[in-house]
Write a protein that binds this ligand. Structure first.
Ligand SMILES: C[S@@+](CC[C@H](N)C(=O)[O-])C[C@H]1O[C@@H](n2cnc3c(N)ncnc32)[C@H](O)[C@@H]1O
Length: 356
Protein backbone atom coordinates (compact mmCIF):
# COMPACT_ATOMS: atom_id res chain seq x y z
CA UNK A 1 0.00 0.00 0.00
CA UNK A 2 1.18 3.54 -0.79
CA UNK A 3 2.82 5.21 2.21
CA UNK A 4 1.17 8.30 3.69
CA UNK A 5 4.01 10.65 2.60
CA UNK A 6 3.71 9.32 -0.99
CA UNK A 7 -0.05 9.63 -0.87
CA UNK A 8 0.16 13.25 0.29
CA UNK A 9 2.79 14.15 -2.30
CA UNK A 10 0.75 12.51 -5.06
CA UNK A 11 -2.33 14.49 -4.02
CA UNK A 12 -0.33 17.72 -4.06
CA UNK A 13 1.07 16.96 -7.52
CA UNK A 14 -2.42 16.18 -8.80
CA UNK A 15 -4.46 18.93 -7.12
CA UNK A 16 -1.96 21.58 -6.05
CA UNK A 17 -1.06 22.62 -2.48
CA UNK A 18 -3.44 21.51 0.30
CA UNK A 19 -4.60 23.50 3.33
CA UNK A 20 -2.91 22.91 6.68
CA UNK A 21 -6.23 21.47 7.90
CA UNK A 22 -6.30 18.90 5.08
CA UNK A 23 -2.67 17.99 5.73
CA UNK A 24 -3.30 17.66 9.48
CA UNK A 25 -6.45 15.61 8.88
CA UNK A 26 -4.59 13.16 6.63
CA UNK A 27 -1.63 12.89 9.02
CA UNK A 28 -3.81 12.23 12.06
CA UNK A 29 -6.80 10.28 10.85
CA UNK A 30 -6.17 8.89 7.34
CA UNK A 31 -8.19 5.63 7.61
CA UNK A 32 -5.21 3.32 7.06
CA UNK A 33 -2.09 5.36 7.77
CA UNK A 34 -3.09 8.22 10.09
CA UNK A 35 -1.20 8.77 13.33
CA UNK A 36 -4.32 8.12 15.41
CA UNK A 37 -5.14 4.93 13.50
CA UNK A 38 -2.01 3.10 14.58
CA UNK A 39 -0.40 2.07 17.84
CA UNK A 40 -1.14 3.51 21.28
CA UNK A 41 0.70 6.87 21.23
CA UNK A 42 0.51 7.49 24.99
CA UNK A 43 2.92 6.90 27.86
CA UNK A 44 6.64 6.62 28.41
CA UNK A 45 7.09 4.30 25.41
CA UNK A 46 4.89 6.46 23.18
CA UNK A 47 5.12 10.07 22.05
CA UNK A 48 3.52 12.00 24.93
CA UNK A 49 1.97 11.63 28.36
CA UNK A 50 -1.32 13.14 29.53
CA UNK A 51 -2.71 14.21 32.91
CA UNK A 52 -4.77 11.05 33.59
CA UNK A 53 -1.67 8.94 32.90
CA UNK A 54 0.32 11.01 35.40
CA UNK A 55 -1.99 10.45 38.36
CA UNK A 56 -5.33 8.90 39.32
CA UNK A 57 -6.06 12.16 41.24
CA UNK A 58 -6.86 13.96 38.00
CA UNK A 59 -9.74 11.65 37.07
CA UNK A 60 -10.94 11.19 40.63
CA UNK A 61 -11.43 14.92 41.10
CA UNK A 62 -13.29 15.10 37.78
CA UNK A 63 -15.44 12.26 39.11
CA UNK A 64 -16.44 14.48 42.06
CA UNK A 65 -17.07 17.33 39.60
CA UNK A 66 -19.63 15.29 37.63
CA UNK A 67 -21.32 13.76 40.68
CA UNK A 68 -21.81 17.27 42.00
CA UNK A 69 -23.43 18.44 38.73
CA UNK A 70 -25.61 15.32 38.55
CA UNK A 71 -26.78 15.94 42.12
CA UNK A 72 -27.44 19.62 41.37
CA UNK A 73 -29.82 18.37 38.65
CA UNK A 74 -31.71 16.23 41.18
CA UNK A 75 -29.81 12.95 40.53
CA UNK A 76 -31.72 12.10 37.33
CA UNK A 77 -32.44 8.38 36.88
CA UNK A 78 -31.04 8.39 33.33
CA UNK A 79 -28.17 10.44 31.98
CA UNK A 80 -25.35 10.12 29.44
CA UNK A 81 -21.68 10.58 30.21
CA UNK A 82 -19.72 10.99 26.96
CA UNK A 83 -15.94 11.16 26.68
CA UNK A 84 -14.24 12.52 23.56
CA UNK A 85 -10.89 10.89 22.76
CA UNK A 86 -10.71 8.67 25.86
CA UNK A 87 -7.12 7.47 25.21
CA UNK A 88 -6.47 4.35 27.26
CA UNK A 89 -9.71 4.76 29.24
CA UNK A 90 -7.73 5.78 32.30
CA UNK A 91 -9.52 9.09 32.88
CA UNK A 92 -12.96 7.51 32.64
CA UNK A 93 -11.96 4.56 34.87
CA UNK A 94 -10.78 7.02 37.54
CA UNK A 95 -13.89 9.20 37.14
CA UNK A 96 -16.23 6.23 37.50
CA UNK A 97 -14.39 4.55 40.38
CA UNK A 98 -15.18 7.66 42.43
CA UNK A 99 -18.50 8.72 40.91
CA UNK A 100 -20.14 5.31 41.15
CA UNK A 101 -19.83 5.49 44.94
CA UNK A 102 -22.61 8.09 44.84
CA UNK A 103 -25.90 6.31 45.36
CA UNK A 104 -27.82 5.85 42.12
CA UNK A 105 -25.05 7.16 39.81
CA UNK A 106 -24.04 3.77 38.36
CA UNK A 107 -27.63 2.65 37.75
CA UNK A 108 -28.48 5.88 35.94
CA UNK A 109 -25.35 6.00 33.78
CA UNK A 110 -25.28 5.51 30.01
CA UNK A 111 -21.57 5.61 29.10
CA UNK A 112 -20.61 6.71 25.57
CA UNK A 113 -17.14 7.04 24.06
CA UNK A 114 -16.04 8.87 20.90
CA UNK A 115 -12.74 7.45 19.63
CA UNK A 116 -11.00 6.97 16.30
CA UNK A 117 -8.10 4.68 17.23
CA UNK A 118 -8.81 0.90 17.13
CA UNK A 119 -5.88 0.11 19.45
CA UNK A 120 -7.18 2.57 22.02
CA UNK A 121 -10.77 1.32 21.64
CA UNK A 122 -9.51 -2.12 22.68
CA UNK A 123 -7.76 -0.61 25.72
CA UNK A 124 -10.87 1.40 26.61
CA UNK A 125 -12.96 -1.75 26.39
CA UNK A 126 -10.57 -3.64 28.66
CA UNK A 127 -10.73 -0.94 31.35
CA UNK A 128 -14.34 0.16 31.08
CA UNK A 129 -16.20 -3.03 30.21
CA UNK A 130 -17.90 -3.26 33.65
CA UNK A 131 -19.65 0.03 32.84
CA UNK A 132 -21.05 -1.26 29.55
CA UNK A 133 -19.65 1.51 27.28
CA UNK A 134 -20.96 2.19 23.79
CA UNK A 135 -18.82 3.85 21.11
CA UNK A 136 -20.51 6.56 19.07
CA UNK A 137 -19.50 7.89 15.67
CA UNK A 138 -21.75 10.95 15.72
CA UNK A 139 -23.34 13.21 18.30
CA UNK A 140 -26.80 13.06 16.84
CA UNK A 141 -28.04 9.99 18.69
CA UNK A 142 -27.16 10.69 22.30
CA UNK A 143 -29.39 8.91 24.85
CA UNK A 144 -32.18 10.35 26.97
CA UNK A 145 -31.67 12.49 30.06
CA UNK A 146 -28.99 15.09 30.72
CA UNK A 147 -25.70 14.93 28.83
CA UNK A 148 -22.32 15.36 30.50
CA UNK A 149 -19.26 15.54 28.26
CA UNK A 150 -15.60 15.32 29.22
CA UNK A 151 -12.61 15.83 26.91
CA UNK A 152 -8.98 15.92 27.97
CA UNK A 153 -6.50 16.83 25.22
CA UNK A 154 -9.06 16.13 22.51
CA UNK A 155 -9.71 19.53 20.92
CA UNK A 156 -5.98 20.14 20.35
CA UNK A 157 -5.92 17.04 18.11
CA UNK A 158 -8.47 18.36 15.60
CA UNK A 159 -7.30 19.98 12.33
CA UNK A 160 -6.85 23.73 12.17
CA UNK A 161 -6.55 26.16 9.28
CA UNK A 162 -3.83 28.81 9.35
CA UNK A 163 -3.99 32.29 7.81
CA UNK A 164 -0.99 34.56 7.39
CA UNK A 165 -1.16 38.34 7.21
CA UNK A 166 0.21 39.62 3.91
CA UNK A 167 0.45 43.07 2.29
CA UNK A 168 -2.98 42.73 0.76
CA UNK A 169 -4.84 40.77 3.45
CA UNK A 170 -4.94 37.31 5.03
CA UNK A 171 -3.78 34.32 2.96
CA UNK A 172 -4.38 30.67 3.82
CA UNK A 173 -1.21 28.73 4.58
CA UNK A 174 -0.89 25.62 2.45
CA UNK A 175 1.40 22.60 2.14
CA UNK A 176 2.98 22.19 -1.28
CA UNK A 177 6.11 20.74 -2.89
CA UNK A 178 9.27 22.70 -3.65
CA UNK A 179 11.93 20.68 -5.49
CA UNK A 180 9.97 17.57 -4.48
CA UNK A 181 10.17 18.41 -0.77
CA UNK A 182 7.11 19.34 1.29
CA UNK A 183 7.09 23.05 2.16
CA UNK A 184 4.69 25.64 3.54
CA UNK A 185 3.40 28.29 1.18
CA UNK A 186 0.55 30.75 0.91
CA UNK A 187 -2.56 30.68 -1.20
CA UNK A 188 -2.24 33.64 -3.63
CA UNK A 189 -5.82 34.84 -3.14
CA UNK A 190 -6.54 36.63 0.14
CA UNK A 191 -9.66 35.64 2.12
CA UNK A 192 -12.28 38.29 2.92
CA UNK A 193 -11.20 40.22 6.04
CA UNK A 194 -14.65 39.72 7.56
CA UNK A 195 -13.92 35.98 7.89
CA UNK A 196 -11.57 36.65 10.83
CA UNK A 197 -12.39 38.30 14.18
CA UNK A 198 -12.13 42.11 14.52
CA UNK A 199 -9.49 41.68 17.24
CA UNK A 200 -6.89 40.40 14.75
CA UNK A 201 -7.59 42.79 11.88
CA UNK A 202 -4.71 45.10 12.85
CA UNK A 203 -2.19 42.29 13.22
CA UNK A 204 1.31 42.98 11.82
CA UNK A 205 2.65 41.59 8.56
CA UNK A 206 3.38 37.82 8.75
CA UNK A 207 1.15 37.32 11.83
CA UNK A 208 -0.51 33.90 11.86
CA UNK A 209 -4.10 33.28 12.88
CA UNK A 210 -5.39 29.74 13.48
CA UNK A 211 -9.00 28.72 13.02
CA UNK A 212 -10.29 25.46 14.50
CA UNK A 213 -13.29 24.74 12.30
CA UNK A 214 -13.52 21.05 13.26
CA UNK A 215 -13.33 21.84 16.98
CA UNK A 216 -16.03 24.49 16.57
CA UNK A 217 -18.26 22.01 14.77
CA UNK A 218 -17.87 19.38 17.51
CA UNK A 219 -18.58 21.99 20.18
CA UNK A 220 -21.60 23.29 18.29
CA UNK A 221 -23.22 19.84 17.94
CA UNK A 222 -22.57 18.93 21.55
CA UNK A 223 -23.63 22.28 22.95
CA UNK A 224 -26.93 22.09 21.07
CA UNK A 225 -27.55 18.64 22.61
CA UNK A 226 -26.62 19.84 26.09
CA UNK A 227 -28.83 22.88 25.64
CA UNK A 228 -31.77 20.60 24.75
CA UNK A 229 -31.14 17.86 27.32
CA UNK A 230 -29.46 19.78 30.15
CA UNK A 231 -25.94 19.04 31.36
CA UNK A 232 -22.41 20.32 30.85
CA UNK A 233 -19.25 20.07 28.75
CA UNK A 234 -15.87 19.99 30.48
CA UNK A 235 -12.81 20.35 28.24
CA UNK A 236 -9.24 20.46 29.52
CA UNK A 237 -6.48 21.30 27.11
CA UNK A 238 -3.54 23.56 26.37
CA UNK A 239 -4.70 26.79 24.87
CA UNK A 240 -5.44 30.47 25.28
CA UNK A 241 -8.33 32.42 26.79
CA UNK A 242 -8.75 35.08 24.08
CA UNK A 243 -8.63 34.65 20.31
CA UNK A 244 -5.21 35.94 19.25
CA UNK A 245 -2.57 35.63 16.59
CA UNK A 246 0.32 33.23 17.02
CA UNK A 247 1.51 30.01 15.51
CA UNK A 248 0.91 26.99 17.74
CA UNK A 249 0.78 24.03 15.35
CA UNK A 250 3.37 21.53 16.55
CA UNK A 251 4.64 18.02 15.91
CA UNK A 252 5.72 15.75 18.76
CA UNK A 253 7.47 12.41 18.49
CA UNK A 254 9.13 10.41 21.27
CA UNK A 255 8.43 13.21 23.78
CA UNK A 256 10.32 15.81 21.69
CA UNK A 257 9.31 18.42 19.12
CA UNK A 258 9.61 17.20 15.54
CA UNK A 259 9.39 18.66 12.03
CA UNK A 260 5.72 19.14 11.05
CA UNK A 261 6.25 18.21 7.40
CA UNK A 262 9.02 15.60 7.57
CA UNK A 263 7.19 12.41 8.60
CA UNK A 264 3.44 12.57 7.96
CA UNK A 265 1.60 10.05 10.14
CA UNK A 266 4.63 9.33 12.35
CA UNK A 267 4.39 12.31 14.72
CA UNK A 268 1.49 13.72 16.73
CA UNK A 269 0.28 17.04 15.32
CA UNK A 270 -1.66 19.39 17.58
CA UNK A 271 -2.46 23.06 18.07
CA UNK A 272 -3.35 25.16 21.09
CA UNK A 273 -7.08 25.55 21.67
CA UNK A 274 -8.77 28.93 21.17
CA UNK A 275 -11.13 28.77 24.16
CA UNK A 276 -12.76 32.10 23.33
CA UNK A 277 -13.90 30.68 19.99
CA UNK A 278 -15.20 27.49 21.65
CA UNK A 279 -17.01 29.57 24.27
CA UNK A 280 -18.69 31.70 21.60
CA UNK A 281 -20.03 28.57 19.92
CA UNK A 282 -21.34 27.13 23.20
CA UNK A 283 -22.94 30.47 24.18
CA UNK A 284 -24.65 30.67 20.81
CA UNK A 285 -26.24 27.28 21.54
CA UNK A 286 -27.64 28.68 24.80
CA UNK A 287 -25.12 27.43 27.36
CA UNK A 288 -23.55 29.44 30.18
CA UNK A 289 -19.78 29.52 29.73
CA UNK A 290 -17.79 29.60 32.96
CA UNK A 291 -14.76 31.87 33.27
CA UNK A 292 -11.78 29.92 31.95
CA UNK A 293 -9.49 28.68 34.75
CA UNK A 294 -6.01 27.21 34.70
CA UNK A 295 -5.71 23.47 35.29
CA UNK A 296 -3.78 24.24 38.48
CA UNK A 297 -6.55 26.46 39.86
CA UNK A 298 -9.21 23.95 38.83
CA UNK A 299 -7.53 20.99 40.53
CA UNK A 300 -6.63 23.00 43.62
CA UNK A 301 -10.24 24.15 44.03
CA UNK A 302 -11.50 20.61 43.57
CA UNK A 303 -9.20 19.56 46.42
CA UNK A 304 -6.11 17.95 44.94
CA UNK A 305 -4.20 18.87 48.12
CA UNK A 306 -6.58 16.89 50.34
CA UNK A 307 -6.74 14.01 47.87
CA UNK A 308 -2.93 13.80 47.74
CA UNK A 309 -2.79 13.74 51.56
CA UNK A 310 -5.41 10.99 51.80
CA UNK A 311 -3.69 8.84 49.16
CA UNK A 312 -0.28 9.34 50.81
CA UNK A 313 -1.67 8.44 54.24
CA UNK A 314 -3.14 5.23 52.78
CA UNK A 315 0.13 4.37 51.02
CA UNK A 316 3.10 6.16 52.67
CA UNK A 317 5.70 4.51 50.41
CA UNK A 318 4.05 6.23 47.42
CA UNK A 319 3.97 9.70 49.04
CA UNK A 320 6.92 11.14 47.09
CA UNK A 321 5.44 10.02 43.77
CA UNK A 322 2.03 11.43 44.69
CA UNK A 323 3.58 14.79 45.65
CA UNK A 324 5.56 14.88 42.39
CA UNK A 325 2.42 14.13 40.35
CA UNK A 326 0.48 16.84 42.14
CA UNK A 327 3.25 19.34 41.35
CA UNK A 328 3.39 18.24 37.73
CA UNK A 329 -0.36 18.70 37.29
CA UNK A 330 -0.68 22.03 39.11
CA UNK A 331 2.62 23.96 39.13
CA UNK A 332 2.75 27.06 36.95
CA UNK A 333 6.03 25.99 35.33
CA UNK A 334 4.66 22.54 34.51
CA UNK A 335 1.08 21.74 33.39
CA UNK A 336 -0.73 24.04 35.82
CA UNK A 337 -0.90 27.22 33.74
CA UNK A 338 -0.52 26.13 30.13
CA UNK A 339 -3.48 23.79 30.48
CA UNK A 340 -6.90 25.32 31.04
CA UNK A 341 -10.27 24.00 32.18
CA UNK A 342 -13.28 25.10 30.13
CA UNK A 343 -16.87 24.45 31.09
CA UNK A 344 -20.11 25.26 29.30
CA UNK A 345 -23.22 24.21 31.20
CA UNK A 346 -26.96 24.62 31.33
CA UNK A 347 -27.79 28.03 32.79
CA UNK A 348 -28.33 27.74 36.55
CA UNK A 349 -25.80 24.97 37.15
CA UNK A 350 -22.76 25.83 39.28
CA UNK A 351 -19.86 23.66 38.10
CA UNK A 352 -17.31 23.24 40.90
CA UNK A 353 -13.76 24.42 40.42
CA UNK A 354 -14.69 27.47 38.33
CA UNK A 355 -15.14 29.98 41.13
CA UNK A 356 -13.78 30.47 44.67
C1 LIG B 1 -3.93 13.37 23.03
S1 LIG B 1 -4.91 11.93 23.13
C2 LIG B 1 -5.70 12.17 24.71
C3 LIG B 1 -6.19 10.88 25.32
C4 LIG B 1 -6.90 10.98 26.65
N1 LIG B 1 -7.98 11.91 26.65
C5 LIG B 1 -5.93 11.34 27.74
O1 LIG B 1 -6.01 12.42 28.29
O2 LIG B 1 -5.07 10.50 28.04
C6 LIG B 1 -6.21 12.31 21.98
C7 LIG B 1 -7.33 11.30 21.98
O3 LIG B 1 -8.31 11.70 21.01
C8 LIG B 1 -8.49 10.66 20.05
N2 LIG B 1 -8.76 11.32 18.78
C9 LIG B 1 -7.95 12.13 18.07
N3 LIG B 1 -8.57 12.60 16.96
C10 LIG B 1 -9.82 12.07 16.98
C11 LIG B 1 -10.93 12.19 16.13
N4 LIG B 1 -10.88 12.94 15.02
N5 LIG B 1 -12.05 11.52 16.45
C12 LIG B 1 -12.11 10.76 17.58
N6 LIG B 1 -11.08 10.62 18.44
C13 LIG B 1 -9.94 11.26 18.15
C14 LIG B 1 -7.17 9.91 20.10
O4 LIG B 1 -7.19 8.64 19.53
C15 LIG B 1 -6.91 9.90 21.60
O5 LIG B 1 -7.73 8.97 22.27
Amino acid sequence: MTSLPDLIDTQIRANGPMSVASYMGLCLTHPAKGYYKGADPLGAGGDFITAPEISQMFGELIGFFFVNLWQQMGSPKAFTLLELGPGRGTLMADILRVACRAEGFRDSLDLRLFETNPTLIAEQNARLEPYDPKWVDSFDKIGAGPLFVVANEFFDALPIRQFVRGQTGWHERVVGLVDDRRAFGLSPTPIPNAALPDTVQDAPLHAVFEVALAGGEVMSRLAKNVSRLGGAILAIDYGYALSQTGETLQAVKNHAYADILAEPGEADLSAHVDFEALGNVARKAGLAVQPLVSQGEFLNRLGIGERAKALSAANPSAAAGIAAARTRLTAADQMGTLFKAFCAASPGLRPSGFSE
